[in-house]
Design a protein around this ligand. Structure first.
Ligand code: T4K
Length: 377
């Protein structure tokens, strides 16, 4: 069979960004050049903020230069200290923003189906040092928002959601940004909606939202008044302009990704040892990644990952290794593998296949044929 499947001539990456026609972007750049206003919350920034407020049906949005700064600023705005309960199954940015704020990440195990924080594992880790819960909608698969809310409510803790992967995700007909006390989105180039680099923070409490706005701009209130030690988290006009154009492409990209996902599901469903995540009923797929789990007796995830590379397919092992296994966190008591068995199993099985709207049917089918060959050979 291997002889009949050709390696791809060009690398097939895990994702590719949507890009508007260059002329349209040049048109907006011309306006920026004409205005000579490049950053510091200019007209393109305002226009994108307005468009996203409309998209998410909320005014409580603050745009950032990336998702990590947004999350970092959330920790400051909520005055978090001590310990914050979080998931080990995430990108390094999630625990790092805690560490940069001198907060101890406390890792709780994840749910085997959603691969997000297991609410039942949070309560036993809460002490009088705990100041918040930082949960991640990994791959845009929603957390058990009701379960997490109930624990947070019981202990009076704020919930911050890292929704870096969850643009456009709806949970029970409500935008993802409706849940918890704050939600961060990433607009990095690898995301469904992007501004090349960028992000946003949605905050429920208007007092905290005002603090976020101040913190994003050095804590400056006016020319003579600096209220708090802030940071530079502003999104530039060039990034905002790109976002105005990519936002219009999101519905089409989602439709294209739905088609790609349907082909993957159809072609992979009967391969023994391959499973695909199910989305909780009442939630919509955010179509950010296409993760599969390889857990059978025929081939390991690493064999499939390495095999795909020989065919010029660059799938990714998001999120292996677990954050709790990084040198900087592994000595924390909560990082011990014995308390994170589900996360360890999931991280050893998961593989994100190439997933973006421009993938044509033939390419997707060929990737599935390669996966089948690697598992069944
Ligand atoms: N929380 C979570 C849960 C996150 O996943 C992330 C970021 C954050 C927080 C932080 O948000 P930001 O501060 O980044 O806004 C990528 C992204 O850089 C990162 O944003 C993302 N998560 C993470 C899951 O993926 P890498 O190191 O895997 O990226 P890289 O450069 O290997 O790119 C992956 C593939 O994408 C490439 O093989 C090809 C394609 N690509 C990439 C770029 C940058 C393109 O086609 N064009 C491009 O410009 O981290």
């Amino acid at each position: 069979m291997a002889e009949t499947i050709q390696a791809f001539e060009e690398p097939v990456y895990v994702t590719r960004p949507i890009l508007p026609p260059l002329d349209e972007y040049i048109g907006l750049l011309r306006e920026i050049w004409h205005s000579q206003w490049l950053t510091n919350l200019g007209p393109k920034h305002s226009a994108l903020q307005k468009a996203l407020s409309h998209f998410f049906k909320t005014k409580s949005i603050t745009l950032f230069n990336n998702g990590t700064t947004a999350l970092f600023t959330a920790c400051q705005a909520f005055g978090l200290t001590g310990d914050v309960i979080t998931t080990p199954f995430t990108f390094p940015a999630t625990p790092h923003v805690l560490a940069w704020n001198h907060i101890n990440p406390v890792f709780a195990d994840i749910d085997p189906v959603t691969m997000t924080l297991d609410p039942g594992k949070i309560g036993p880790l809460i002490t009088n040092r705990t100041s918040a819960i930082l949960a991640v909608h990994a791959y845009g698969i929603p957390c058990d928002v009701e379960g997490i809310q109930s624990v947070a409510h019981r202990f009076g803790l704020p919930i911050i959601y890292d929704a870096a992967h969850a643009f456009g995700l709806q949970i029970k007909g409500r935008p993802v940004t409706d849940f918890g006390d704050a939600t961060m989105l990433s607009f990095h180039a690898t995301k469904l909606f992007h501004t090349a680099e960028g992000g946003a923070l949605f905050v429920r409490d208007p007092v905290v939202k005002d603090r976020v706005d101040l913190l994003r701009n050095f804590g400056i209130k006016d020319e003579l008044t600096v209220l708090m030690p802030g940071i530079n988290g502003k999104m530039s006009e060039l990034h905002a302009a790109l976002g105005l154009l990519t936002l219009k492409m999101v519905p089409g990209e989602r439709r294209d990704r739905e088609v790609v996902a349907a082909i993957y599901r159809e072609k992979l469903r009967d391969i023994d040892g391959v499973s695909m995540p199910t989305i909780r009923s009442g939630a919509e797929n955010s179509y950010q990644y296409f993760p599969i789990r390889i857990g059978g007796k025929h081939a390991t995830r690493d064999e499939v990952y390495n095999g795909l590379r020989r065919f010029n397919v660059f799938a990714r092992k998001y999120f292996y290794p677990l954050c709790s296994d990084y040198g900087c966190y592994r000595t924390l008591p909560s990082a011990h593998p014995s308390s994170l068995p589900v996360a360890h199993k999931v991280a050893s099985e998961v593989l994100c296949l190439p997933f973006y709207g421009a993938l044509d049917e033939g390419t997707v089918i060929r990737i599935c044929d390669i996966v089948r060959y690697l598992i069944q050979k």
